[in-house]
Design a protein around this ligand. Structure first.
Ligand SMILES: C[S@@+](CC[C@H](N)C(=O)[O-])C[C@H]1O[C@@H](n2cnc3c(N)ncnc32)[C@H](O)[C@@H]1O
Length: 240
């Protein structure tokens, strides 16, 4: 998988998420001890505080980040965009059950070519999606393009932990040995849950992601580490 590039990699990623879609939410809860809901709520608050208008959640998957945005009183409407229809179909059912169908619209599309005009949203969020993008700088520039000046781009992501301290070693052991095993048992898909932790290990550290966001034209105002530094919320503001 590591050798796949461009469209081939995008097709692999989309096919994999289609395959695991039904067990995706459950796996998140098992792997984070149920914390992933609180992390998205926290990121949604940081995304919208003091702003008012529409929001976009990129790589929305089954929609949980979009729903947290929609529950905020600052937010008038939310678009959730993803290129894996099966993930979003589950999101559509969840939005009806959570009585959020009126405020959240799901859009099929690619993070590298967002089908929205410049300066459209008060915030653009991405949760556990950015490390799957084939061209992270290009996708970040797209997010910056569609957010309005003074608005925010917010990433919630698993980040690489370097070093040889106990936490880094434990995280590497967990990703390499425990996650694929849980993926095989709970989701019936060892391959997907081998790829996903590998993609985290091969992704950026928190400071590298801050740098990439700054390179895309944002001023990074917050980098908050969670789960012993294995997960980070980054908030970048688009200059006025
Ligand atoms: C790990 S899931 C994250 C789902 C959700 N954001 C969450 O917080 O649980 C990653 C999602 O990113 C989507 N994705 C990956 N690359 C994408 C791209 N280039 N454009 C749109 N969606 C993409 C996948 O289809 C998948 O649904």
């Amino acid at each position: 998988m590591a050798f796949l590039k461009g469209d081939e990699r995008a097709r692999y990623v989309s096919g994999m998420f289609a395959r695991i879609s039904r067990r995706y939410d459950l796996m998140n809860s098992v792997m984070s001890g149920g914390r992933h809901y609180a992390w998205r709520r926290r990121a949604a608050a940081l995304a919208v505080e003091g702003l008012r208008g529409s929001a976009l959640d990129v790589a929305t998957g089954t929609g949980d980040f979009a729903f947290d945005l929609a529950r905020r009183q600052e937010v008038e409407s939310v678009f959730g965009l993803d290129f894996t229809r099966k993930m979003m179909m589950l999101g559509v059912s969840k939005s009806a059950r959570q009585r959020l169908a009126r405020s959240v619209s799901f859009v099929e599309g690619d993070a590298h070519r967002l089908p929205f005009a410049a300066d459209s949203f008060i915030c653009v969020t991405v949760g556990f999606g950015i490390r799957n993008f084939v061209d992270v700088p290009a996708a970040l520039r797209e997010m910056v393009r569609v957010v309005s000046p003074g608005g925010r781009v917010v990433s919630l992501e698993i980040v690489r932990l370097d070093g040889s301290g106990p936490v880094s070693r434990m995280a590497r052991f967990h990703f390499r040995s425990v996650t694929p095993w849980i993926g095989a048992v709970v989701a019936g898909d060892r391959e997907a849950y081998t790829y996903l932790p590998q993609s985290a290990q091969g992704f950026m550290s928190a400071s590298e992601l801050s740098h990439a966001m700054e390179e895309a034209g944002l001023k990074v105002t917050t980098c908050r580490e969670l789960a012993l530094g294995t997960v980070a919320i980054h908030v970048g503001e688009k200059p006025r």
